[in-house]
Design a protein. Structure first.
Length: 517
């Protein structure tokens, strides 16, 4: 009686364990195809020991067909489900067409249907123990099942190898390799166990005389155990990775994954779209070839990418605010980089800055910008001559009175263009207000300043065509030069004094002082 109960326990243990794992896997993620396939696979697993138990309860006349229907035919279905499981697992990590794998997975099914037709080489021998009825397949049937088991192993290896080569996620490639190897080990171990006991049972060995259930059925439990272990060891049926991949793929912000040399290992669709005008393929590219530091000086290297960068995309610059963080994956250290497009913000910022520092009418620097640049020049060039030229238009009020303000505006714009052309090498050309302009020059000789002043006098007194007439003005110019050790206020005050001296001396002339000693 003890042997009977022990044998019954051997029947029930794999059934209960397999059904429990089937329910557990399905509950973990009811929507995932891999979870559904795995749960169904374990249910089919459990049918094999169930069928072995049921066969022993039926009359001998029906036993052979029952064994073929309830044991060997489900065994071929089981191999198909194993291959479908392998296919779903492989497709989780590659973009290979599903139908191509499915075609290989369904090969055992027609073999199982052929068994039900009971060809002459398919038969069973039965022996009766004290408690259980045992069956032994014919040599042809045994070879068919062993052949299908070998086919399952070979195709599984092929699918894993093929999908691994097409693996599109570099970060997880090492992890996937371990997962695939673990599952393949489970397939090999369970298949080897099943084949071993199938061969042993075929020959007249002491095992045939034991009144216990077929030990080959435990191959199912071995394979299921490997899958269960892989779930807990690598968390490959869940969710953390799925959530990461969903966030990674669907994120509207560009995301890059870099190795320690800042080489791009992964890029999401948003990143590929953002840089498509530069590169069609980002993976393998060093990020320094893609992004440039937006400020004048690059920060001290810290390993992290932080701050504002830009990329030359087509004919314009695209600006990004970059943040990054180190992450560990499979004993490797990666830099996870998120880019936020701030181009619109930068354009608006530049427009505001431009308006703050430039004259709206002429586009020249305004008084604020002029004073800032002059102060910086004095501070950074202590022993270099700094020159300030102030230009005041003679007769501008008469033009405004006679032609109107639109003519005056046109004349100011024309004057600005002339100043920019003549003083092209100047640090700054500015409109200080009204009809008064200023030029800041650095390291100019007395001869160069004299030539500049004469050019300005000659050009600005030329009549300017406007509508049906001519606009005529001249210029009074004061130029003061001193070393940068002098204050910017002194330079401006002295240039202003010289400009008014020229105006009071008859206009259309210049005065300058050159002090560098």
């Amino acid at each position: 009686m003890l042997i009977y109960l022990l044998s019954l326990l051997i029947y029930l243990t794999p059934i209960l364990v397999l059904l429990y794992m089937s329910a557990e896997i399905y509950i973990r993620n009811k929507e995932d195809r891999l979870h559904k396939t795995t749960a169904l696979l374990f249910v089919v697993f459990s049918l094999i020991p169930v069928s072995c138990f049921i066969v022993g309860l039926h009359p001998e006349a029906y036993r052979e067909r029952l064994v073929l229907l309830l044991t060997f035919f489900p065994a071929t279905l089981l191999l198909t489900f194993v291959l479908l499981f392998v296919k779903e697992l492989a497709l989780k990590f590659s973009a290979t067409t599903r139908s191509w794998y499915s075609l290989l997975a369904y090969v055992p099914v027609p073999c199982g249907i052929g068994l039900l037709c009971k060809p002459s080489w398919v038969y069973l021998e039965f022996s009766h123990g004290a408690y259980f009825t045992h069956y032994y397949p014919s040599k042809g049937l045994d070879m068919l099942i062993i052949g299908l088991a070998l086919y399952t192993m070979i195709v599984s290896i092929f699918i894993f190898r093929h999908s691994f080569r097409q693996n599109r996620a570099s970060l997880h490639k090492a992890l996937y390799s371990k997962q695939f190897i673990l599952i393949l080990t489970g397939i090999l171990a369970s298949a080897s166990w099943g084949i071993l006991f199938a061969v042993v049972a075929y020959f007249d060995t002491p095992l045939r005389k034991l009144d216990i259930p077929d030990a080959a059925n435990f191959a199912l439990l071995i394979f299921a155990g490997f899958i269960r272990y892989s779930m807990t060891r690598y968390s490959f049926m869940p969710s953390v990775e799925n959530k990461y991949m969903v966030l990674h793929e669907l994120s509207p912000m560009p995301v890059l994954l870099l190795d320690h040399e800042l080489t791009i290992k992964e890029s999401n669709p948003a990143a590929r779209q953002a840089f498509q005008e530069i590169r069609s393929e980002l993976d393998g590219l060093n990020v320094r070839e893609l992004l440039s530091w937006a400020d004048a000086e690059e920060p001290e290297p810290t390993g992290l990418l932080e701050g504002e960068y830009y990329a030359e995309t087509g004919e314009r610059r695209t600006y990004f605010k970059v943040s990054s963080k180190y992450i560990d994956a499979e004993e490797q250290n990666f830099l996870y980089v998120i880019l936020t497009n701030i181009t619109d913000y930068k354009v608006a910022e530049e427009q505001i800055t431009y308006m703050v520092y430039h004259d709206a009418l002429t586009g020249l620097s305004n008084r604020r910008h002029f004073q800032q640049l002059l102060q910086e020049a004095c501070q950074t060039s202590r022993r270099t001559p700094i020159s300030v030229a102030l230009i005041d238009l003679d007769g501008f009020k008469q033009v405004n009175d006679a032609w109107g303000h639109h003519a005056g505006d046109y004349l100011l714009q024309h004057t600005a263009e002339q100043l920019k052309r003549i003083a092209a090498t100047a640090l700054c050309v500015a409109r200080l207000g009204g009809d008064e302009f200023a030029i800041v020059l650095k390291d100019s000789t007395e001869q160069e300043l004299t030539a500049l002043a004469r050019s300005l006098i000659d050009e600005l007194q030329q009549p300017v065509a406007f509508e049906n007439g001519w606009l005529r003005v001249s210029a009074s110019i004061g130029i003061y030069t001193a070393s940068g050790e002098q204050s910017d206020e002194l330079l401006l005050r002295e240039a202003d004094r010289l400009m008014y001296a020229a105006k009071h001396s008859g206009k259309n002339q210049y005065r300058f002082t050159y002090k560098t000693g």
